[in-house]
Write a protein that binds this ligand. Structure first.
Ligand code: FES
Length: 249
């Protein structure tokens, strides 16, 4: 395949960025999108140019590091991560636009790499459970109803990639935050921090400069792990319950 790539280039957080155009040839339809970018970078290095900086780690769809807006869509045309997107989703001769996540809470560090540490701070605010030290407790000592276990697993699938924020017209982080709250709040292990978790994580989310949710649903459409939009409803319910208990509502 022969492709034209229009890639966002930006030297650092303070520099202005712009799209640069490159031609790549010899791309196999079996390559992943990141392998295609590797080919571009080999080409740039051989011609003495700076390679394109982009984030990745596992390349298996589990770490959430790869964060690319491809042709205007977070992670591109398939409902998967950019590293699991394959070039068979494109046609020979295509022009592909590649940009970083666009959200003020995710500032660009360089080229296609953004700073997603706002997500880390939301997790630090309450995305944990109190666990006694010592050996692991007997698995059957804390029974969990099947429906609650399924709900927890569904939300625990969130890999924190940030596609929800990138896809949202408001740059909201409600889907991510709700997934992280819900998967712990529904379990008995998460019960001791049930109220403080939701209040603190939502407060941290607000302080990071993410936009507000207007339920457009773009987040759930872009999510490579299928976190449902009703996750936000569950979080709002948890927040109201905790705020009432704390005398804030
Ligand atoms: S590189 Fe880990 S999810 Fe894409």
């Amino acid at each position: 395949m022969k492709l034209t790539l229009r890639v966002w280039r930006q030297k650092n957080a303070d520099a202005d960025g712009a799209m640069s155009t490159y031609a790549v040839d010899g791309i196999s339809s079996d390559m992943s999108f990141l392998e295609m970018l590797d080919i571009l970078n080999e080409q740039l290095i051989l011609s003495g140019e700076e390679p394109v900086a982009f984030d990745h780690d596992c390349r298996e769809g589990i770490c959430g590091a790869c964060s690319l807006v491809i042709n205007g869509e977070a992670h591109g045309p398939e409902r998967t991560t950019a590293c699991q997107l394959h070039m068979r989703s494109f046609q020979d001769g295509d022009t592909i636009d590649i940009e970083p996540w666009r959200a003020s809470a995710f500032p660009v560090i360089r080229d296609l790499v953004v700073d997603r540490s706002a997500f880390d701070r939301i997790i630090q605010a309450g995305g944990y459970v109190t666990a006694p030290t010592g050996s692991a407790p007997e698995a059957h000592a804390t029974p969990v109803p099947k429906a609650d276990a399924d709900f927890a697993f569904e939300h625990a699938e969130c890999i924190g990639c940030g596609a929800c924020v990138a896809a949202c017209p408001n740059g909201a982080a409600m889907l991510f935050t709700s997934a992280k709250i819900n998967h712990l709040n529904v379990l008995p292990q998460g019960a001791p921090e049930r109220e403080t978790r939701v209040l603190d994580m939502v407060a941290q989310m607000d302080s990071e400069g993410f936009g507000g949710c207007t339920l457009t649903g773009e987040c759930a459409t872009a999510c490579p792990k299928g976190i449902p939009l009703v996750s936000i409803t569950s979080m709002n319910k948890e927040w109201l319950r905790a705020a009432r208990k704390a005398g804030k509502r």
